[in-house]
Design a protein around this ligand. Structure first.
Ligand code: NAD
Ligand code: WQD
Length: 339
């Protein structure tokens, strides 16, 4: 089965390309490299011993993507391509609405005009906002998003529900990721944040390697066991494997289909726990201090992931320690390569 992976040069996409190939699918990447680098394909080749077809194309370009879908005889699509920086989305909402909504609408029109009828969409736990009850299930009511970025994910989910309802033959799954972290165990691929990272784990590894002076913990006066925020940190390779499970389910469907799954570990860890685990597993002292709260941060969230286990037959297997070990090995590799 030939799978078009939009955004396949990015953090989650590149790990998914590896897992797809290892599961027997043939991934074909479309990425405009707006937030990634073609050097990721060297890492993928080192892991798989094979080159993956790659087209540097904007997936808002209907004609070019149609040509690729037809030429490569695409059977299914995983749509990662989107902008994802929460802070930037507040400053440049039009950029985010245009790319994140526009590229999904384009993929849906392409599905109508080609034989590719299956799609997996990257959604996010951001659609839950600060939930009243945790862990959140897929049935937890969605809240108004905290940012234009978050709003694009909620709107995309609505677009998908309406489109499948109106369609005859589309089969679509939305996956709500919690906090993806870590890197491939080979240290050949990982996260390549642009500029100063806003996410916790890249900031931790960049501080430990000396690229940043110190980590600021955004608040320790929350209503949580140690006062810092609680999140559901999931290893990116576990997350990647869930996309294989989602495609397997889509390829079993005969009628039109839409469903949504939480992808997390089912467990919450605090920011301080992440720091302490990082220090312990890598035998490093991290320079950090407690600072003020960051605007828009939810206090605590983690997912109930029973539905993914029951229906997709998927469950996260890797621990927080493994994620933080792999993230550190990747940071060391970047240093070796002078990146
Ligand atoms: P990423 O930025 O590393 O990867 C996205 C890739 O898409 C990049 O390689 C970028 O160049 C490409 N891209 C963007 N717009 C494009 C376009 N119009 N045409 C072609 N390529 C385009 O991000 P990621 O962390 O791998 O996230 C992948 C998806 O998962 C995104 O949709 C993101 O919103 C979603 N998500 C990410 C997280 C997270 O914390 N990383 C959490 C929840 C959901
Ligand atoms: C995690 C925790 C921070 C940096 C974001 C998006 C969300 C989803 C996942 C895409 C928080 C704390 C962080 C630092 C810190 N992405 N922190 N110091 O905010 O949970 O979620 O990524 O869909 O939509 O909002 O992730 O990694 O930014 O923060 O103390 O320098 O680490 O306050 O509690 P977040 P994060």
């Amino acid at each position: 089965m030939n799978i078009l992976v939009t955004g396949g040069a990015g953090f989650i996409g590149s790990h998914t390309v590896v897992e797809l190939f290892e599961a027997g699918y043939s991934p074909i990447v479309v990425d405009d490299l707006s937030n990634s680098n073609a050097s990721v394909f060297d890492g993928i080749r080192n892991i798989l011993g094979k080159d993956i077809p790659f087209y540097q194309v904007d997936c808002n370009d209907f004609d070019k993507v149609k040509e690729i879908i037809e030429k490569e005889k695409i059977d299914g699509i995983i749509h990662f391509a989107a902008f994802k920086a929460v802070g930037e989305s507040v400053l440049k909402p039009v950029k985010y609405y245009k790319n994140n909504l526009g590229s999904l609408l384009n993929m849906l029109e392409l599905m109508d005009n080609t034989l590719a009828k299956k799609l997996v969409f990257s959604s996010s736990c951001t659609v839950y906002g600060q939930p009243d009850v945790i862990p959140v299930t897929e049935g937890t009511p969605l809240k108004k998003a905290e940012s234009p970025y978050g709003n694009t994910k909620s709107i995309c989910e609505d677009i998908l529900t309406d489109t499948v309802t109106a369609s005859k033959d589309l089969q679509i799954i939305s996956l709500r990721y919690f906090n993806p972290i870590g890197a491939h165990q080979s240290a050949e691929i990982g996260e390549l944040p642009n500029g100063v990272p806003s996410n916790l784990v890249p900031f931790v590894t960049q501080t430990a390697i000396g690229k940043r002076e110190k980590l600021v913990v955004f608040g320790d006066d929350y209503n949580t066991p140690d006062g810092t925020n609680v999140r559901d940190f999931i290893h990116v390779v576990d997350l990647a494997k869930a996309h294989v499970a989602a495609l397997n389910l889509l390829f079993k469907q005969t009628d039109k289909f839409y469903d949504v799954f939480n992808l997390g570990t089912g467990k919450g860890n605090s920011v301080l726990e992440v720091i302490q685990t990082f220090e312990k597993v890598n035998n490093i002292k991290l320079k950090y201090e407690i600072g003020p709260r960051r605007n828009g941060d939810v206090e605590k969230i983690y997912g109930n992931v029973d539905k993914a286990e029951q229906i997709l037959g998927w469950k996260a297997e890797k621990t927080l320690s493994e994620s933080l070990k792999n993230a550190w090995a990747w940071e060391l590799k970047l240093k070796e390569k002078n990146i």
